[in-house]
Design a binder for this molecule. Sequence first.
Ligand code: NPG
Length: 367
Amino acid sequence: MKITGVELRRIAMPLVAPFRTSFGTEHTREVLLVRVVTPEAEGWAECVAMAEPLYSSEYADGAADVMRRFMVPALTARPHVDAYAVGRILEPFKGHRMAKAALETAVLDAQLRAAGESFGAFLGAAADRVPCGVSVGIMDSIPELLGAVDGYLAEGYRRIKLKIEPGWDLEPVRAVRERFGDIPLQVDANAAYSLLDAPHLAKLDAYGLLLIEQPLAEDDLVQHAALAGRLATPICLDESIESAADAAAAISLGACSIVNIKPGRVGGYLEARRIHDLCRAHGVAVWCGGMLETGIGRAANVALAALPGFTLPGDTSASRRYYATDITPPFELRDGHLDVPAGPGIGVEPLGHVLDAITTSVEWLPS
Ligand SMILES: O=C(O)CCC(=O)N[C@@H](C(=O)O)c1ccccc1
Protein backbone atom coordinates (compact mmCIF):
# COMPACT_ATOMS: atom_id res chain seq x y z
CA MET A 1 0.00 0.00 0.00
CA LYS A 2 1.11 3.56 -0.64
CA ILE A 3 0.68 5.78 2.44
CA THR A 4 -0.81 9.05 1.23
CA GLY A 5 -0.68 10.68 4.68
CA VAL A 6 -0.72 10.22 8.43
CA GLU A 7 -2.86 12.05 10.99
CA LEU A 8 -1.53 12.58 14.51
CA ARG A 9 -4.45 13.34 16.82
CA ARG A 10 -4.17 14.23 20.51
CA ILE A 11 -7.14 13.64 22.76
CA ALA A 12 -7.72 14.11 26.49
CA MET A 13 -9.80 11.41 28.18
CA PRO A 14 -10.84 12.09 31.79
CA LEU A 15 -10.63 8.95 33.96
CA VAL A 16 -13.70 7.94 35.97
CA ALA A 17 -11.44 7.96 39.04
CA PRO A 18 -7.78 8.80 39.70
CA PHE A 19 -5.53 5.79 39.04
CA ARG A 20 -2.54 5.64 41.39
CA THR A 21 0.52 3.48 40.83
CA SER A 22 3.95 3.41 42.45
CA PHE A 23 5.15 5.96 39.90
CA GLY A 24 2.30 8.48 39.95
CA THR A 25 -1.41 9.20 39.68
CA GLU A 26 -3.34 9.54 36.41
CA HIS A 27 -6.41 11.81 36.35
CA THR A 28 -6.73 12.29 32.61
CA ARG A 29 -5.27 10.08 29.92
CA GLU A 30 -3.66 12.20 27.20
CA VAL A 31 -3.68 9.94 24.17
CA LEU A 32 -1.87 10.14 20.83
CA LEU A 33 -3.92 8.50 18.09
CA VAL A 34 -2.49 7.69 14.66
CA ARG A 35 -4.55 7.42 11.46
CA VAL A 36 -2.79 6.11 8.36
CA VAL A 37 -4.47 6.89 5.02
CA THR A 38 -3.95 4.76 1.91
CA PRO A 39 -5.95 4.57 -1.36
CA GLU A 40 -7.34 1.18 -0.29
CA ALA A 41 -8.27 1.90 3.36
CA GLU A 42 -7.50 3.88 6.51
CA GLY A 43 -5.99 2.41 9.65
CA TRP A 44 -6.18 3.53 13.28
CA ALA A 45 -3.84 2.91 16.21
CA GLU A 46 -3.26 4.19 19.72
CA CYS A 47 0.20 5.13 20.94
CA VAL A 48 0.32 3.98 24.58
CA ALA A 49 3.02 6.45 25.70
CA MET A 50 1.92 8.37 28.78
CA ALA A 51 2.02 12.17 28.96
CA GLU A 52 5.15 11.95 31.13
CA PRO A 53 8.08 9.50 30.98
CA LEU A 54 7.20 7.81 34.29
CA TYR A 55 6.30 4.28 33.17
CA SER A 56 9.14 4.17 30.64
CA SER A 57 11.35 6.64 28.78
CA GLU A 58 8.71 7.36 26.15
CA TYR A 59 6.11 10.11 26.44
CA ALA A 60 3.37 11.35 24.12
CA ASP A 61 5.00 14.58 22.89
CA GLY A 62 8.23 12.70 22.23
CA ALA A 63 6.42 10.00 20.32
CA ALA A 64 4.64 12.60 18.19
CA ASP A 65 7.96 14.35 17.52
CA VAL A 66 9.84 11.23 16.50
CA MET A 67 6.95 10.22 14.22
CA ARG A 68 6.67 13.69 12.67
CA ARG A 69 10.39 14.26 12.03
CA PHE A 70 11.72 10.79 11.31
CA MET A 71 9.36 7.83 11.15
CA VAL A 72 6.44 9.10 9.07
CA PRO A 73 8.73 10.63 6.39
CA ALA A 74 10.60 7.32 6.19
CA LEU A 75 7.32 5.49 5.61
CA THR A 76 5.68 7.94 3.22
CA ALA A 77 8.82 8.03 1.06
CA ARG A 78 8.22 4.38 0.15
CA PRO A 79 6.08 3.42 -2.87
CA HIS A 80 4.78 0.38 -0.98
CA VAL A 81 4.51 -0.39 2.73
CA ASP A 82 2.88 -3.26 4.59
CA ALA A 83 2.91 -4.11 8.31
CA TYR A 84 5.94 -6.39 7.96
CA ALA A 85 7.92 -3.67 6.18
CA VAL A 86 7.25 -1.01 8.84
CA GLY A 87 9.60 -2.58 11.40
CA ARG A 88 12.38 -2.90 8.84
CA ILE A 89 11.95 0.68 7.56
CA LEU A 90 11.93 2.10 11.11
CA GLU A 91 14.75 -0.09 12.44
CA PRO A 92 17.47 2.59 11.88
CA PHE A 93 15.70 4.75 14.47
CA LYS A 94 16.70 3.41 17.87
CA GLY A 95 14.20 2.80 20.61
CA HIS A 96 10.81 4.61 20.55
CA ARG A 97 9.00 1.27 20.51
CA MET A 98 5.64 2.77 21.44
CA ALA A 99 5.84 5.17 18.51
CA LYS A 100 6.89 2.35 16.17
CA ALA A 101 4.10 0.15 17.51
CA ALA A 102 1.46 2.78 16.76
CA LEU A 103 2.62 3.28 13.18
CA GLU A 104 2.94 -0.46 12.51
CA THR A 105 -0.49 -1.11 14.01
CA ALA A 106 -2.18 1.62 11.97
CA VAL A 107 -0.62 0.21 8.79
CA LEU A 108 -1.71 -3.29 9.81
CA ASP A 109 -5.25 -2.03 10.50
CA ALA A 110 -5.45 -0.43 7.03
CA GLN A 111 -3.99 -3.55 5.42
CA LEU A 112 -6.46 -5.85 7.14
CA ARG A 113 -9.46 -3.61 6.50
CA ALA A 114 -8.54 -3.61 2.80
CA ALA A 115 -8.25 -7.41 2.88
CA GLY A 116 -11.43 -7.87 4.94
CA GLU A 117 -9.52 -9.80 7.62
CA SER A 118 -9.89 -9.27 11.37
CA PHE A 119 -6.97 -8.70 13.77
CA GLY A 120 -7.91 -11.89 15.57
CA ALA A 121 -7.86 -13.99 12.40
CA PHE A 122 -4.56 -12.44 11.30
CA LEU A 123 -2.85 -12.90 14.69
CA GLY A 124 -4.15 -16.45 15.20
CA ALA A 125 -6.87 -16.01 17.81
CA ALA A 126 -8.09 -19.31 19.26
CA ALA A 127 -11.23 -17.92 20.88
CA ASP A 128 -13.98 -15.41 20.17
CA ARG A 129 -13.97 -13.95 23.69
CA VAL A 130 -11.38 -13.57 26.46
CA PRO A 131 -11.59 -13.72 30.28
CA CYS A 132 -10.80 -10.34 31.83
CA GLY A 133 -8.89 -9.15 34.85
CA VAL A 134 -8.88 -5.68 36.34
CA SER A 135 -6.13 -3.48 37.74
CA VAL A 136 -6.82 -1.77 41.07
CA GLY A 137 -4.77 1.30 41.98
CA ILE A 138 -3.17 2.22 45.26
CA MET A 139 -5.84 3.69 47.51
CA ASP A 140 -6.05 5.96 50.54
CA SER A 141 -7.45 3.27 52.84
CA ILE A 142 -8.16 -0.42 53.14
CA PRO A 143 -11.96 0.12 53.27
CA GLU A 144 -11.78 2.09 50.01
CA LEU A 145 -9.76 -0.70 48.42
CA LEU A 146 -12.14 -3.42 49.58
CA GLY A 147 -15.10 -1.44 48.24
CA ALA A 148 -13.43 -1.15 44.84
CA VAL A 149 -12.55 -4.86 44.72
CA ASP A 150 -16.09 -5.77 45.78
CA GLY A 151 -17.47 -3.70 42.91
CA TYR A 152 -15.18 -5.27 40.30
CA LEU A 153 -15.95 -8.79 41.48
CA ALA A 154 -19.65 -7.94 41.26
CA GLU A 155 -19.07 -6.85 37.65
CA GLY A 156 -17.67 -10.31 36.97
CA TYR A 157 -13.92 -9.74 36.63
CA ARG A 158 -12.03 -13.02 36.64
CA ARG A 159 -8.84 -11.71 38.29
CA ILE A 160 -7.87 -8.85 40.59
CA LYS A 161 -4.50 -7.08 40.28
CA LEU A 162 -3.45 -4.79 43.10
CA LYS A 163 -0.89 -2.06 42.59
CA ILE A 164 1.62 -2.16 45.44
CA GLU A 165 4.54 -0.08 46.69
CA PRO A 166 6.57 -0.01 49.92
CA GLY A 167 4.08 0.75 52.68
CA TRP A 168 1.11 -0.54 50.68
CA ASP A 169 1.66 -4.21 50.02
CA LEU A 170 1.15 -6.85 52.75
CA GLU A 171 -1.78 -5.11 54.39
CA PRO A 172 -3.95 -4.67 51.26
CA VAL A 173 -3.16 -8.20 50.08
CA ARG A 174 -4.04 -9.66 53.48
CA ALA A 175 -7.26 -7.61 53.65
CA VAL A 176 -8.40 -8.76 50.19
CA ARG A 177 -7.64 -12.39 51.02
CA GLU A 178 -9.49 -12.17 54.33
CA ARG A 179 -12.54 -10.53 52.75
CA PHE A 180 -12.78 -12.36 49.42
CA GLY A 181 -11.06 -15.70 49.99
CA ASP A 182 -9.05 -17.43 47.28
CA ILE A 183 -10.02 -15.31 44.29
CA PRO A 184 -7.40 -15.11 41.49
CA LEU A 185 -5.16 -12.32 42.84
CA GLN A 186 -1.86 -10.78 41.76
CA VAL A 187 0.19 -7.68 42.52
CA ASP A 188 2.11 -5.15 40.42
CA ALA A 189 4.98 -3.19 41.94
CA ASN A 190 6.04 -1.22 38.84
CA ALA A 191 9.69 -1.61 39.84
CA ALA A 192 9.20 -0.04 43.29
CA TYR A 193 11.40 -2.48 45.26
CA SER A 194 15.04 -3.55 45.44
CA LEU A 195 16.67 -6.90 46.12
CA LEU A 196 17.17 -5.72 49.71
CA ASP A 197 13.37 -6.00 50.06
CA ALA A 198 13.45 -9.75 49.32
CA PRO A 199 12.72 -10.81 52.93
CA HIS A 200 9.74 -8.45 52.99
CA LEU A 201 8.43 -9.53 49.56
CA ALA A 202 8.77 -13.20 50.62
CA LYS A 203 5.98 -12.53 53.16
CA LEU A 204 3.62 -12.27 50.16
CA ASP A 205 4.17 -16.00 49.63
CA ALA A 206 1.66 -16.64 52.41
CA TYR A 207 -1.21 -15.34 50.25
CA GLY A 208 -1.13 -17.66 47.23
CA LEU A 209 -0.76 -14.92 44.61
CA LEU A 210 -0.78 -15.79 40.92
CA LEU A 211 2.32 -13.64 40.47
CA ILE A 212 4.21 -10.55 41.52
CA GLU A 213 4.71 -8.22 38.57
CA GLN A 214 7.91 -6.21 37.98
CA PRO A 215 9.12 -6.01 41.57
CA LEU A 216 12.55 -4.61 40.64
CA ALA A 217 14.03 -2.12 38.15
CA GLU A 218 13.17 -2.62 34.47
CA ASP A 219 16.83 -3.02 33.48
CA ASP A 220 17.81 -5.66 36.02
CA LEU A 221 17.20 -9.25 34.88
CA VAL A 222 20.04 -10.58 37.04
CA GLN A 223 18.55 -9.26 40.27
CA HIS A 224 15.10 -10.53 39.26
CA ALA A 225 16.68 -13.96 38.79
CA ALA A 226 18.21 -13.72 42.26
CA LEU A 227 14.85 -12.65 43.71
CA ALA A 228 13.08 -15.55 41.95
CA GLY A 229 15.25 -17.89 43.98
CA ARG A 230 13.98 -16.34 47.20
CA LEU A 231 10.24 -16.13 46.49
CA ALA A 232 7.68 -18.88 46.05
CA THR A 233 5.39 -16.45 44.24
CA PRO A 234 6.06 -16.51 40.46
CA ILE A 235 7.72 -13.39 39.06
CA CYS A 236 6.11 -11.74 36.02
CA LEU A 237 7.96 -9.09 34.04
CA ASP A 238 6.42 -6.08 32.30
CA GLU A 239 8.72 -3.08 31.85
CA SER A 240 11.78 -5.35 31.50
CA ILE A 241 10.49 -7.10 28.37
CA GLU A 242 10.75 -4.86 25.31
CA SER A 243 11.41 -7.53 22.69
CA ALA A 244 11.48 -11.25 22.01
CA ALA A 245 15.23 -11.09 22.72
CA ASP A 246 14.52 -9.65 26.17
CA ALA A 247 11.99 -12.42 26.81
CA ALA A 248 14.52 -15.06 25.74
CA ALA A 249 17.17 -13.55 28.04
CA ALA A 250 14.75 -13.31 30.97
CA ILE A 251 13.62 -16.91 30.56
CA SER A 252 17.16 -18.29 30.15
CA LEU A 253 18.31 -16.36 33.24
CA GLY A 254 15.30 -17.49 35.27
CA ALA A 255 14.31 -13.86 35.84
CA CYS A 256 10.63 -14.56 35.29
CA SER A 257 8.19 -17.41 34.82
CA ILE A 258 5.33 -15.31 33.43
CA VAL A 259 5.36 -12.41 30.94
CA ASN A 260 2.96 -9.47 30.66
CA ILE A 261 2.80 -8.66 26.94
CA LYS A 262 1.95 -5.06 26.01
CA PRO A 263 2.11 -4.58 22.24
CA GLY A 264 2.98 -0.88 22.60
CA ARG A 265 5.91 -1.61 24.93
CA VAL A 266 7.42 -4.21 22.58
CA GLY A 267 7.08 -2.31 19.29
CA GLY A 268 3.85 -3.74 17.96
CA TYR A 269 1.59 -6.76 17.56
CA LEU A 270 4.03 -8.64 15.33
CA GLU A 271 6.70 -8.58 18.05
CA ALA A 272 4.01 -9.29 20.66
CA ARG A 273 3.12 -12.46 18.74
CA ARG A 274 6.80 -13.41 18.49
CA ILE A 275 7.07 -13.09 22.29
CA HIS A 276 3.88 -15.14 22.70
CA ASP A 277 5.31 -17.89 20.46
CA LEU A 278 8.68 -17.89 22.23
CA CYS A 279 7.12 -18.02 25.71
CA ARG A 280 4.74 -20.79 24.65
CA ALA A 281 7.67 -22.83 23.38
CA HIS A 282 9.24 -22.50 26.84
CA GLY A 283 6.03 -23.24 28.71
CA VAL A 284 5.94 -19.66 30.03
CA ALA A 285 2.42 -18.24 30.48
CA VAL A 286 1.65 -14.81 29.07
CA TRP A 287 -1.19 -12.35 29.58
CA CYS A 288 -2.11 -9.07 27.90
CA GLY A 289 -1.21 -5.97 29.86
CA GLY A 290 -2.95 -2.62 29.58
CA MET A 291 -2.01 1.04 29.31
CA LEU A 292 -5.44 2.52 30.01
CA GLU A 293 -6.25 2.20 26.32
CA THR A 294 -9.28 3.69 24.64
CA GLY A 295 -11.44 1.37 22.54
CA ILE A 296 -8.96 1.74 19.65
CA GLY A 297 -6.08 0.12 21.56
CA ARG A 298 -8.42 -2.10 23.56
CA ALA A 299 -9.87 -3.69 20.41
CA ALA A 300 -6.45 -4.81 19.19
CA ASN A 301 -5.42 -5.99 22.68
CA VAL A 302 -8.52 -8.17 23.04
CA ALA A 303 -7.70 -9.85 19.72
CA LEU A 304 -4.13 -10.51 20.91
CA ALA A 305 -5.39 -11.85 24.25
CA ALA A 306 -7.29 -14.55 22.33
CA LEU A 307 -4.08 -16.27 21.19
CA PRO A 308 -3.65 -19.72 22.78
CA GLY A 309 -0.64 -18.86 24.98
CA PHE A 310 -2.56 -16.10 26.79
CA THR A 311 -3.60 -18.47 29.55
CA LEU A 312 -4.02 -15.85 32.29
CA PRO A 313 -6.70 -13.13 32.39
CA GLY A 314 -5.20 -9.85 31.21
CA ASP A 315 -5.73 -6.18 32.01
CA THR A 316 -8.30 -6.10 29.21
CA SER A 317 -11.04 -4.50 31.23
CA ALA A 318 -14.32 -2.98 30.07
CA SER A 319 -14.23 0.58 28.75
CA ARG A 320 -16.14 1.78 31.83
CA ARG A 321 -13.25 0.75 34.10
CA TYR A 322 -11.52 3.95 33.01
CA TYR A 323 -13.85 6.04 30.85
CA ALA A 324 -17.43 7.24 31.21
CA THR A 325 -17.53 7.61 27.41
CA ASP A 326 -15.15 5.72 25.14
CA ILE A 327 -14.17 6.95 21.67
CA THR A 328 -15.51 3.69 20.20
CA PRO A 329 -18.63 1.73 21.05
CA PRO A 330 -17.81 0.63 24.61
CA PHE A 331 -16.27 -2.74 25.40
CA GLU A 332 -18.63 -4.27 27.91
CA LEU A 333 -17.94 -7.18 30.23
CA ARG A 334 -20.24 -10.14 29.72
CA ASP A 335 -19.86 -13.07 32.10
CA GLY A 336 -16.37 -11.82 32.94
CA HIS A 337 -15.32 -11.81 29.27
CA LEU A 338 -14.88 -9.35 26.41
CA ASP A 339 -15.81 -10.39 22.88
CA VAL A 340 -13.02 -10.36 20.30
CA PRO A 341 -14.00 -7.84 17.55
CA ALA A 342 -14.88 -9.80 14.40
CA GLY A 343 -14.90 -6.98 11.82
CA PRO A 344 -12.06 -6.18 9.40
CA GLY A 345 -8.90 -4.78 10.97
CA ILE A 346 -9.29 -3.86 14.64
CA GLY A 347 -13.03 -4.11 14.07
CA VAL A 348 -13.99 -0.77 15.62
CA GLU A 349 -14.09 2.85 14.44
CA PRO A 350 -13.80 6.03 16.48
CA LEU A 351 -17.16 7.75 17.07
CA GLY A 352 -16.67 11.07 15.25
CA HIS A 353 -18.75 13.21 17.57
CA VAL A 354 -17.06 11.82 20.69
CA LEU A 355 -13.61 12.16 19.16
CA ASP A 356 -14.16 15.77 18.09
CA ALA A 357 -15.35 16.73 21.56
CA ILE A 358 -12.11 15.58 23.24
CA THR A 359 -9.59 16.34 20.50
CA THR A 360 -6.93 18.82 21.63
CA SER A 361 -4.92 18.86 18.38
CA VAL A 362 -4.90 17.34 14.89
CA GLU A 363 -1.85 17.29 12.65
CA TRP A 364 -1.81 16.02 9.03
CA LEU A 365 1.51 14.71 7.68
CA PRO A 366 1.21 14.36 3.89
CA SER A 367 3.43 11.99 1.90
O1 NPG B 1 -6.17 -1.83 32.66
C1 NPG B 1 -5.30 -1.07 32.17
O2 NPG B 1 -5.26 -0.71 31.00
C2 NPG B 1 -4.20 -0.59 33.10
C3 NPG B 1 -3.46 -1.78 33.63
C4 NPG B 1 -2.31 -1.30 34.45
O3 NPG B 1 -2.29 -1.44 35.64
N1 NPG B 1 -1.34 -0.67 33.76
C5 NPG B 1 -0.20 -0.16 34.49
C6 NPG B 1 0.94 -1.10 34.38
O4 NPG B 1 2.00 -0.80 34.94
O5 NPG B 1 0.76 -2.17 33.81
C7 NPG B 1 0.07 1.23 34.03
C8 NPG B 1 -0.67 2.22 34.59
C9 NPG B 1 -0.51 3.54 34.19
C10 NPG B 1 0.38 3.82 33.19
C11 NPG B 1 1.12 2.81 32.60
C12 NPG B 1 0.95 1.48 33.02
